[in-house]
Structures are given as structure tokens and as C-alpha cells.
Design a protein around this ligand. Sequence first.
Ligand SMILES: [Fe+2]
Ligand SMILES: [Fe+2]
Length: 479
Amino acid sequence: MGVKLLLADPNSEWLKEAADFFSGLCYEVETCSNGKRSQLMLYNHKFFATILNLEIQDHPGIQVLKFIKANYPSMKIILIMSREETLKENGLDRALLAKQGIVDVFIMPYQLRELQQSLEGHQSFEEIISRSKTREGVSAEEEVDSSDDQFMKVKIAEFFSTKSVQFDVFIRLREGKYLKILHSGDTFSKERIDTYKNEKKVEYLYFKKEDRIRFVRLQNYISEKTAPNKAVAIETKVGLIKNLAEVYVEGIYTEGLKPVLIDQGKALCGNIYEVVHNNSDLFKLLRTYSEKNNSLYAHSYMVTLFSSMIIKQFVWESKIVNESVGMAALLHDIGRTVQPAELKEMSPNNMTKEQLEIYKKHPEEGVKILNGYPQIQEAVKQIILQHHERINGEGFPTGLRSHKILALAQIVGVADEFVQIMVDGALKAPEALKKMLADPTCTKRHSAIILENFLKVFIDPGKSNMNSLTSKGPTKQSA
Ligand SMILES: [Fe+2]
Ligand SMILES: [Fe+2]
């Protein structure tokens, strides 16, 4: 059960869109399109906040507002309306409303994200969670019949919990049969996770796909808290981000890019930045890193992680740059999702000439998809468009050469090729990089400075001696 929110607006289409958006953010949403019913709902439920359109009819919005102030003075209220004049017509002005504790006033056009930010303005996600209902004790396990395609799974070893889980959690018994081990609002303590993991030998936890945004949001929150925490092992932090990134990319590739997912993607990139920048022992983990999973989801995550690691070595790196590259790396192969199913996870090395021609269109197809989302920056689209361009002109789709290719696109291109080599050859990360460097056709395709900086990813940043890996020393370089 989430934080209760009332949306009161005469436009039922907007109400539906807003209800979907806020439900995805763990709110328990009620909607109402007229004033009389809104007041009745306010009377019958205990809401944490109301987003009220002052122009609501059948009992005017101003009366609903007065009712709330008189009866629930601590309730958060956001006022929305189509025109500024509405305020004046109701004898109101912004200063007066602010004095009365109204959180915010929005005149159309406004984005749902703006309303969300305003609503959550001074509270942390933790505070929001702590306000939500939690059950006492442990709910009884419950067998559920449900088709497998409604679920997504994560490795139990890579799942982290907090006080209250905002979605149901299941174990799969057999095809179409699940055991609900946790109800939304239950506490899923580390001890309980360990019992399922160690005593009951459970390998995966299952969640309903409809809860994906809640899951992503919760894991992003936990990642944000753990990333700078020195007491948490680097393996734990990377496992959390991997799991989160894969579930995130799977959501985008199978269900489409919803605006709320774009925000969560930015948060995820911020968390990757924190892990990469605040954990000087990450290099140790990367030295033994290997991955055989060739799914587009795992691939996208790995390209994001290694792109961030390479960028860290450059003087011009910043959180903002990292966010653009992170989003581009997460979405770099989104164009492959509209290609024939048999090509989606096939390595280009195994494709026929005809299949390759289709495959080579995926950067442009990716940009075409993203053009429908104004929240995606132009820089992100350009990186995606150019991630297969190579400095010797052998790349695609345009065959651009050296400086005409964005440095950030070159970095994603290096990470992309590297991940493919690592997975195809079942190699450890440093072995895959060595293989790249030993191949003269490969070193002609990529910038020497980027490759050199990639090497530094595997070197202890605390040591000034770069051993035999590079002669230029560990100082950051520009591309
Ligand atoms: Fe690609
Ligand atoms: Fe790729």
C-alpha cells in the first residue's frame, strides 16, 4: 500500500494518465472529475496529498479547497488550472496561497514530473516510504495461479530490500504456479531473504511486470543510499546496479519508453556514476569480471558500466557527461528491438550478408524511436547514432572518420565492441581488452587515447606506477 493521493480534475483523460504516472511512483491513487465527489472522497479517505484543479465543477474547486483547509490543515495541496485568471476570479493570489501552506500552483501546460517533484519537494523517498502502510508481522504465504509471461525475475543474491516493499514478491513453484511470499507493504528483512536463499535454496525472486517501475524506483533508492557507503562491499553495489539496469532495460525494450522510466534511467546513471567514482576498489572486481549472458539487457548494462569507467579517466568527465553517456549506453541498441526477432540477440559475427544490412540500420532506427521523446537530450541521440562509426571510416551508418565522430560516441563504441568480445569469447574483462589491443584491425578502428584510458580501468588508482600497461602515467587525459 502506497501513500494516498487524490487527483481531482475535470479532464478524465488527464486523470487516467496522471493516475498511471503516480501509481508507478508507489502512490495509492484515487481520481475524481467533479467537486462534489471529491469532497466526499476526502471525507471518506485519509489522503496524504491532493492535486486539485481549481476549475473543477459541480461544487466549485474553491469550495473543495476551503473544505480541505478547514478539515485537514496538514494535507499537502497542489493547485492546477488552465489559466492564471482563475486565481483572481476566485479571489486568490500566489502569495496568499503560499501563506496558507499550499505547496504549489501550476498553470497549464505542466508536466506530471513537475507535479511529482513539487509533491515530493522536501521529502526523501525514505520519508515517503516511511509514511506508507506497513503490515505487522509476516503475511502468510499464498499460492497463486498466473501465467509466466506476467512475471519478471531477479537473482535473490542481487535483490536488496528496505523497511517496506511496495510490491508483491513471489517464488516460482512450477509453470503457471507461484507462491506469494510477500505482500506489498510487508517488510523484507535481510534475515528473511537469507532464509529463502540459504535454507530454502531459492535462486530467483519473481515480481509482476506491472510493478516494474516500483521495483526500479525502490532499487534506485537503495542504490543511491549504498553507493557512497564504504561499509557495503563493491560486489554488492555492482550486483545491485546490474540487476536494476537489466530490469530497467528489459522494461524499455519490451514495454516501451515511458517518461517515468526516463527519469529513473537518469537516476540509475547517477548511481552508476557514484559507484564508479566513490569506490577505488572497483578495479579489483573488474579484473576478474566476466559475463556470458548475451541478452540485450545484460549487454546494455555492461556497455554502460564500462563506458562510465572509461569516461572516469578523462579530465573533462563530469556527472552531467556521465548521465548523457549513461543514457546513451543504456539505450544504444534500442533500434534492435524493432528488427526481426531472430536478429535481436545474434552476434553480428554470425550474421549473413543480408542480415548484416538490416542490423546496420539499428542506430538510425534507435534515434527514430527516441525522437518521440522530448525528454531525451539531442546529445544522447547523437551518441546512439554514431556508436558504430569508427575512426578509420569503416563504421556505419555514415562511415564518418576520426574527429567527425563524437568522442563520447567513440567511447560507447569501444565499450560496445569490448563487451561483445568478452561475451563471445567467454573471457575475463582484462583478457578481452588484451585481445582487442593485440588485433591491429581493432586498434585502427579506435582512438589510441581511448584504448589507453580503458587500460587504466584495470589499474589500482592509488598507485602512480602504471607498470607496463601504459607509458603515460595515471593522470587523466583529454580525448
Ligand atoms: Fe549497436
Ligand atoms: Fe551494442
